[in-house]
Design a protein around this ligand. Structure first.
Ligand code: AMP
Length: 210
């Protein structure tokens, strides 16, 4: 099965994609995670991407498409999270699947209002040790600044700081929202309400991909 999860930053796609991929026994392909690994590894690609990411801008299409195209053609089942983010990327995805004789089975759109997104993104923090995600606004750790699980220090992604958050939402409206129209024209998009507990949203997601 090949599934695209679409939606604004902070909609919860990453959390849900990881879970869905385990349950369907397919790969979780997150371009954001791939880029963060490149940044952490200080590779040429990571050095190029870092500035765009820290400012909350999109990394250029040719870089992203070059990074992901072999995975798209691999034939493996996958949940795509954070890709495609522009119409050019959606077209590249179509081309890659056509070339490899594959098809996209589902597109699910996570609907969340702007105000909710700002609260979610600006509160997001991750443990430096075990990478466990927290939300300082909605699900804070028991001890301020430290992970409940391993005691590690919590850190905020550079692109979750207020200025970058505002920019990411603007970039989403301008460059990524048109991807939704692209798929609405070509394929059936299932829209789910992404406001609720992780469990509630997951139940809606599994119903939408069934
Ligand atoms: P994410 O973890 O999906 O929110 O991605 C974090 C950041 O990585 C984004 O704000 C972009 O700077 C960059 N990024 C991730 N995926 C893409 C993509 N498909 N196209 C362009 N930039 C991306």
């Amino acid at each position: 099965m090949r599934i695209v999860l679409l939606g604004p930053p902070g909609a919860g796609k990453g959390t849900q994609a990881a879970r869905l991929a385990v349950s369907l026994k397919v790969q979780h392909v997150s371009t954001g995670d791939m880029l963060r690994a490149e940044v952490a590894g200080e590779t040429a690609l990571g050095k190029l991407a870092k500035g765009f990411m820290d400012r909350g801008e999109l990394v250029p299409d040719d870089v992203i498409i070059g990074m992901i195209s072999s995975r798209l053609k691999s034939g493996a089942g996958m949940v795509l999270d954070g890709f495609p983010r522009t119409v050019a990327q959606a077209e590249a995805l179509d081309r890659a699947f056509v070339q490899a004789g594959l098809k996209l089975d589902r597109v699910v759109y996570f609907a969340v209002g702007q105000e909710e997104l700002v609260i979610r993104l600006s509160g997001r923090a991750t443990c430096k040790g075990c990478q466990r995600p927290y939300n300082l606004n909605t699900s804070p750790p028991k001890k301020t600044g430290n992970c409940d699980h391993c005691g590690g220090e919590l850190m905020q992604r550079n692109d979750d700081k207020p200025e970058a958050v505002r920019n990411r939402l603007k970039v989403y409206e301008k460059q990524t929202a048109p991807v939704l129209d692209y798929y609405r024209r070509a394929a059936a998009v299932k829209e789910i309400d992404a406001v609720g507990t992780v469990e509630e949203v997951y139940a809606r997601l599994t119903a939408a991909v069934r």
